[in-house]
Design a protein. Structure first.
Length: 137
């Protein structure tokens, strides 16, 4: 599969969208583990940001626990997801600035699309940009 196209399973997409719907007033976040570069498991991580309605910061203890669980299952980091409760699924300047794992796919879920959930994927491109990747379910 080309690098500019990512396929995720319907159950994984449904789970991510459902997590965002359960917390419509704040950004949710977490990790996605993969086996052989195929996404397998969603690891929700507590949003520890000072204003979770506008940004996300993964709780460091929960993030470490998620990585331990991933390793125990033989998974590698596939992606990082978070939601935008009140804006489109487009990376903000803060999202780019806080990019901790540039090799990981960035999935952004928007709740702000006229009642329709939307999810887009991005990869680091060059030094200071994220490029959208076609996401198929």
């Amino acid at each position: 599969m080309p690098v500019n196209e990512i396929k995720i399973t319907r159950p994984l997409a449904t789970l991510l969208l459902g997590l965002a719907q359960k917390s419509p007033q704040q950004e949710i976040c977490g990790l996605i583990g993969a086996i052989d570069e195929k996404p397998q498991t969603v690891y929700p991580v507590t949003n520890a940001a000072s204003d979770p309605s506008r940004e996300f910061a993964m709780d460091s203890r929960a993030q470490i626990d998620a990585f331990k669980a991933m390793r125990a299952k033989g998974e590698t980091l596939f992606g990082i997801y978070h939601s935008h409760p009140q804006s489109p699924p487009v990376p903000s300047s803060k999202d780019l600035e806080d990019l901790g794992y540039p090799e990981a796919l960035q999935l952004i879920i928007s709740l702000d699309t006229k009642g329709v959930l939307e999810m887009r994927a991005y990869r680091k491109h060059g030094k200071d940009a994220l490029e959208e990747v076609h996401l198929s379910v």
